[in-house]
Design a protein around this ligand. Structure first.
Ligand SMILES: [Zn+2]
Length: 431
């Protein structure tokens, strides 16, 4: 198979030849002989296949919201070749049995590679450590552990988890939310929440946990990953912790790079629209600017989607009753282009680093996030940054439609995705 006329990281046009799942040759465009099957890249940018460290696939338990099949179809359409499936399923992925079940579903139905995340505590209840070692030794080879959706707020348990994962080079990914400071929280605590009379989710509830966990990780000499950083104060703490040389990584979601909390009060889809309800909440313009700068300078390492599908009945309800979360796999690259590339903060090499290379490294995925060179696995995303498209959720591959970008015009489109040389999306459609 030959992928013709593509620009690796936006460089000169080349033809990429693929065989047995790896890149076998890269030649100047138009110089590759005609034999064999070929795909015309039309001058699209070629990136190493995207890797998401934070996806909710909802299976087992909430197949009405998403399944491994539809979630990975959504991933393929968004340019992803690997996702990490969060553990807050039903049953919770807190044993070797459940993570192997998710891993097998991925092998059978996945349109990208599925790497299960293991829960840190039994049932995500924050009382007793789950069988981290058994999950690491299982067929799923779990390396990322998280109670995401909930915070491991007990400092002793968090310390033990950080110590435990060192034995198999694992990482604890913390959902940083001090639970007592956020009881009943509905949106960012600030001017807007005050005006609307909604219970606030203060920045300090995130920042206090991040500060504590950085200190704990340093104390035990372990790896810590911080999920969905959302405040300017968190950025300052992470910058300080990294300046100490501690082994800490952090992610930001596309929506926290673009959207702000005043959308709850006034937006194209009206006030109090739960499409904007997400955890951690949308913050202020100052926070957004700080997150962008931190992603650009490396303080925040990666973009992770926190793709959180919910059925219509859980979102189209009154604000206080609505579920928290947004789908994100199919719009992530476009939002990153809008927030980071169009603003001059990142080039395509920088995007590849933050959406493929580094997330693969944090998850210890050897077969992903490799530079597009001869001998590398043919995990490739083709992206056309020149088009502008109105977001139409009815066209999503995801089973859920809860996107905050409906009707917005965003730049760029995924042209094709290849997983080990096999197309999983072509011309923007499932292959
Ligand atoms: Zn979370």
């Amino acid at each position: 198979m030959i992928i013709r006329n593509v620009r690796i990281l936006g460089g000169e046009p080349v033809d990429i030849r693929v065989g047995n799942g790896v890149i076998t040759a890269i030649d100047p465009a138009g110089t590759t002989s005609a034999e064999g099957e070929s795909v015309d890249g039309g001058g699209a940018i070629a990136l190493p296949g995207l890797v998401d460290l934070h996806t909710h696939l909802r299976e087992p338990g909430r197949e009405d919201a998403e399944t491994v099949q539809t979630g990975t179809q959504s991933a393929a359409r968004g340019g992803y070749t690997a996702v990490h499936a969060m553990a807050n399923t039903s049953p919770v992925a807190d044993t070797a049995g459940v993570v192997e079940q998710v891993w097998r579903l991925g092998r059978e139905f996945g349109h990208c590679d599925v790497h299960p995340v293991g829960a840190v505590t039994v049932g995500l209840e924050g009382r007793q450590l789950a069988e981290l070692g058994a999950m690491a030794d299982s067929a799923a080879r779990v390396r990322v552990f998280s109670d995401d959706g909930k915070c491991v707020d007990d400092a002793v348990l968090m310390r033990r988890a950080l110590e435990y994962v060192k034995a198999f080079d694992g990482v604890v990914a913390q959902h940083a939310q001090e639970p007592r400071l956020t009881a009943g929280a509905q949106m960012n605590e600030g001017i807007v929440s005050g005006r609307l009379g909604l219970t606030g989710w203060p920045a300090v509830a995130e920042e206090a946990i991040i500060a504590r966990d950085c200190l704990l990780a340093a104390h035990v000499g372990s790896r810590l990953h911080i999920c969905h950083v959302s405040t300017a104060g968190s950025v300052e703490i992470i910058r300080w912790a990294k300046s100490k040389g501690w082994n800490i990584t952090a992610e930001v979601t596309p929506h926290h790079l673009l959207l702000t909390d005043d959308l709850v009060e006034e937006s194209p889809v009206g006030a109090y629209n739960p499409i904007y309800k997400v955890n951690p909440p949308l913050r202020t313009r100052t926070d957004v600017e700080s997150l962008r700068a931190a992603l650009a300078d490396g303080t925040i390492d990666i973009v992770a989607t926190d793709h959180a599908p919910h059925p219509v009945e859980d979102k189209e309800t009154e604000w206080s009753a609505a579920a928290m979360g947004m789908v994100g796999l199919e719009t992530a690259l476009s939002v990153v282009q809008e927030a980071m590339v169009e603003t001059g903060l990142l080039d395509w090499a920088g995007v590849a680093q933050r959406m493929s290379v580094v997330p693969a490294r944090i998850g210890r995925l050897g077969g992903h996030g490799q530079p597009l060179e001869v001998g590398a696995p043919a995990n490739i995303t083709l992206y056309d940054p020149s088009v502008r498209t109105k977001v139409d959720p009815s066209a999503f591959a995801s089973k859920s439609r809860n996107t905050p970008y409906e009707g917005m015009t965003l730049p760029g489109a995924v042209v094709a995705t290849f997983l080990r040389g096999r197309p999983t999306a072509l011309e923007g459609k499932l292959a």
